[in-house]
Each structure stands twice: as structure tokens, then as C-alpha cells.
Design a binder for this molecule. Structure first.
Ligand SMILES: [Zn+2]
Length: 287
């Protein structure tokens, strides 16, 4: 039995996976910004394993993180108590098993590439649009990993010098400061769930569309998949605007297939399990 963890900006999720890969016994808690994070995760894993031993643990974490040690670095949107949190070490010690840690957007990208909206793509770029915005890239079925993480949520689209809003990362005018769930609430004064005004969603869709144009310009990817709480819930509102924006701005290259993710709320866990099973040939963290 494999233990699975997904650390999100608003919720923590644990589950177990059986040998056939089926994800089961999910436990969900709001993400506490302060306190003993490891103790909370141990408690949640104990709850899902129901006394059975864990053969390994796979964790999806917000970037940036340290792939060698399996520690979080300074993920925007999580408080200082999470920063530099050694995740793999204490869990390995507590449960006596291997622990792999991977960026949550990379996990989702890998899951969608193999089992969801990215099937058949040669080069897939995945955007998770939830509390924050993250990205992952999969080429021919394997994660593209270089020095650390990609941070497509922090591509600057509206520089500070011409009025771009502050971003959680310390910069300004990033995609995440314009089109994430937190940014929508900040910019428009209401949570996305409460917004029906199509002009707001057109604004969000335009920024995401520009991000697609930049992504294709640099990578010539043939598929872009959007998932995460905002994209999953509001695709009918933003999808058409993203497509129109790409059509308007992309002049030299063919448009990629632009799709909404298919795997639902467990895609990060599914992807973490794929990483553990070695579908990321470059490793996947602290073994
Ligand atoms: Zn930023």
C-alpha cells in the first residue's frame, strides 16, 4: 500500500493507493498556515492507512521545492511555517519507507499526459489554475526537469513600471497575480465561485491566453491543458476566451490543442503515484 499526500494552498489531502493504482480512503483538511505540519500529515496518513504498513509515500508539493532533499523551499501562498520544511526526512523516519516528492503541477501534468487530456501529445504544458498558478511540462510521456521547477505562474505579463499588481512571490504583474483564484478575489472583491459577470472571466481568460501564446512561442508545444479549482469549475467561462486570445496573437506557429483537464481532484495524487513508479526517468526526489 502506497501513502499519497497533496499539499495545496487551501487544502491538504492524503490517501492510499492499492497495487492496482486505485486511490482510496481520502482524508481532506484545510491547510493550516501555522503549527506542526509534519505531525498533521502523519496523523492524516495514519488515518488513511488504518494500521497497515506503507511501502512508500509519494507527495505532491507546491513549488519551489528541493528535489534532492525533498524539502519545501518558499512556496508563495503558504506561510513561513511551511518554508524550508523537510518533508521527506521525517516521514521516511516515521514510516520506515521511501518518500518521493514532486512539484504538484508536474504531478498533475504527468497524470493528464498518461491518463487524461494530454494523451497523445508530444509536448504537453499543463497549467494548474487554483489558489495560485503552477506549470508542468511533459515530453514524450516524461517530465521535463532541468534545474528545479518551472514557474509559469510567475511569467511577468504586466510589469510593475506600468501598474502591474504585486505578486505573492515578491515580484509584480505575474500571471498568478492576475488570473489565480487568490488574484481574482483580490482584483474583483469576490471569490470566483460567486462571480457570474462574464467580463471578469473574459479578463482572466485573456491573461491565460497570453500565457499560452508565450508558452507556444518558446516551446512549440502541441497541447496545453488547464486544470485546478478555477479552471475545472469555470472552463465554460474562460476556455473560449483563451482560444480567441491565442488565435488573435499567435501568428507564426500553429495553435496547440487547448483542453481542460479530465482527471478531477485526485490528479495530483495520481501523478505522484506515477512519479513513484518511475514514470519520471529523471528521478522524482528523495528516495
Ligand atoms: Zn509572482
Amino acid at each position: 500500500m502506497i501513502g499519497l499526500i497533496d499539499i495545496g494552498g487551501t487544502k491538504l489531502l492524503t490517501a492510499v493507493a492499492a497495487a492496482d493504482g486505485r486511490i482510496d480512503r481520502t482524508v481532506l483538511r484545510p491547510t493550516a498556515q501555522h503549527g506542526d505540519m509534519i505531525a498533521t500529515l502523519v496523523e492524516m496518513l495514519d488515518e488513511v492507512r488504518e494500521g497497515e504498513p506503507l511501502e512508500a509515500i509519494a507527495a505532491a508539493v507546491p513549488g519551489p521545492f528541493d528535489r534532492v532533499t525533498g524539502s519545501l523551499l518558499n512556496p508563495p501562498g503558504l506561510s513561513g511555517d511551511w518554508h524550508r520544511l523537510d518533508l521527506a526526512g521525517p516521514l521516511r523516519e516515521r514510516f520506515g519507507c521511501d518518500v518521493v516528492v514532486e512539484n504538484d503541477a508536474n504531478c498533475a501534468a504527468l497524470a493528464e499526459a498518461h491518463l487524461g487530456a494530454g494523451r497523445g501529445a508530444r509536448l504537453l504544458v499543463y497549467y494548474t489554475v487554483s489558489t495560485g498558478i503552477g506549470t508542468g511540462t511533459v515530453r514524450d510521456g516524461a517530465l521535463v526537469i532541468t534545474r528545479g521547477d518551472t514557474e509559469g505562474g510567475h511569467q511577468v505579463l504586466w510589469p510593475e513600471s506600468v501598474g502591474g499588481p504585486r505578486c505573492e512571490c515578491g515580484g509584480a504583474g505575474c500571471l498568478e497575480a492576475l488570473a489565480s483564484g487568490a488574484a481574482i478575489a483580490r482584483r474583483f472583491g469576490r471569490r470566483g465561485e460567486e462571480i457570474e459577470d462574464q467580463a471578469v472571466w473574459d479578463d482572466v481568460g485573456r491573461w491565460l491566453g497570453i500565457a499560452v501564446v508565450n508558452t507556444v512561442a518558446l516551446l512549440d508545444c502541441d497541447r496545453v491543458v488547464f486544470g485546478g479549482g478555477v479552471a475545472d469549475a469555470r472552463w465554460a467561462r474562460i476556455g473560449p476566451t483563451i482560444a480567441i486570445t491565442v488565435e488573435r496573437h499567435l501568428k507564426l506557429q500553429p495553435a496547440p490543442g487547448i483542453r481542460v483537464a479530465q482527471l478531477g481532484g485526485h490528479r495530483n495524487l495520481t501523478g505522484a503515484l506515477l512519479v513513484l513508479r518511475g514514470l519520471n526517468p529523471q528521478g522524482g526526489g528523495a528516495g
